[in-house]
Design a protein around this ligand. Structure first.
Ligand SMILES: Nc1ncnc2c1ncn2[C@@H]1O[C@H](COP(=O)(O)OP(=O)(O)OP(=O)(O)O)[C@@H](O)[C@H]1O
Ligand SMILES: Nc1ccn([C@@H]2O[C@H](COP(=O)(O)O)[C@@H](O)[C@H]2O)c(=O)n1
Length: 211
């Protein structure tokens, strides 16, 4: 039987960092579903197709190689912005949700993180977390992340993008970002990565004991 941990939250809240730690700790497979939306956006950009070409986006969502998503290539801030534009298309979402569910079903244990994991992709997951942080904290973390990778960034511009992305992700008609029913909230604004991991682990251990 497969066991899924569903983790949702807004951009740069720390859910990916936490998901990787949790997957490694419990020996589960991990799928960063944001990368799947990014892969679709990147396929359109590479092919010179406009981001609002729904037919091309659906085709990319059905065919890209999910086992070959390169975080280093897909991590660029602009690809994240482009991903949130293709993510409003219901046809793209249903193609990707099917592939994400396959990933969970084929794993003995899986951690999936994204925006609609607890609400749509795996609504029956026995453990659901909603990871958040204030927009200012998220912008600062992303800013430092870009600098530490040798890039250049403007913290104010990143904050503006994060607010725009939140609005798009929380306001879209299909699968808007919101905490799933029964999700456990972790606000990492004033937590170190280690403290957030400890809080998640305590909750997961208790939830799995009661399952
Ligand atoms: N609790 C924390 N304290 C300080 N820095 C953190 C914390 N959690 C994550 N970070 C850092 O913040 C940045 C964003 O974290 P991460 O990539 O995990 O967010 P995310 O929610 O997965 O973002 P996205 O949805 O955009 O992929 C990273 O540089 C990460 O190291
Ligand atoms: N389950 C998901 C995951 C992601 N998205 C959209 O993709 C964008 C990029 O995601 P990151 O987690 O890599 O930042 C994000 O802003 C969402 O628009 C989604 O809709 N559903």
């Amino acid at each position: 039987m497969s066991l899924t941990i569903a983790i949702d939250g807004p951009a740069a809240s720390g859910k990916g960092t936490l998901s990787r730690r949790i997957a490694s700790h419990y020996g589960y497979r991990h799928l960063d579903t944001g990368l799947t939306y990014r892969a679709v956006a990147k396929a359109l950009i590479d092919a010179g197709q406009p981001l609002d070409d729904e037919e091309a986006a659906i085709d990319a969502a059905r065919t890209f190689d999910i086992s070959d998503m390169r975080r280093d290539v897909l991590a660029a801030h602009e690809i994240g912005e482009a991903a949130s534009k293709v993510a409003v298309m219901p046809g793209v979402r249903s193609a990707l949700v099917a592939r994400q569910r396959d990933f969970a079903a084929q794993s003995r244990g899986a951690v999936l993180d994204g925006r609609d994991i607890g609400t749509v992709v795996c609504p029956d997951a026995p453990v659901k977390l909603y990871v958040t942080a204030s927009p200012e904290v998220r912008a600062r973390r992303r800013y430092h992340e870009i600098l530490s990778n040798g890039g250049e960034a403007d913290e104010e511009a990143i904050l503006a993008d994060i607010l725009k992305r939140d609005e798009r992700d929380m306001g879209r008609a299909d699968s808007p970002l919101k905490p799933a029913d029964g999700a456990h909230l972790i606000d990492t604004s004033e937590m170190t990565i280690e403290a957030a991991f400890r809080a998640a682990r305590e909750y997961i251990d208790a939830a799995l004991d009661n399952d």
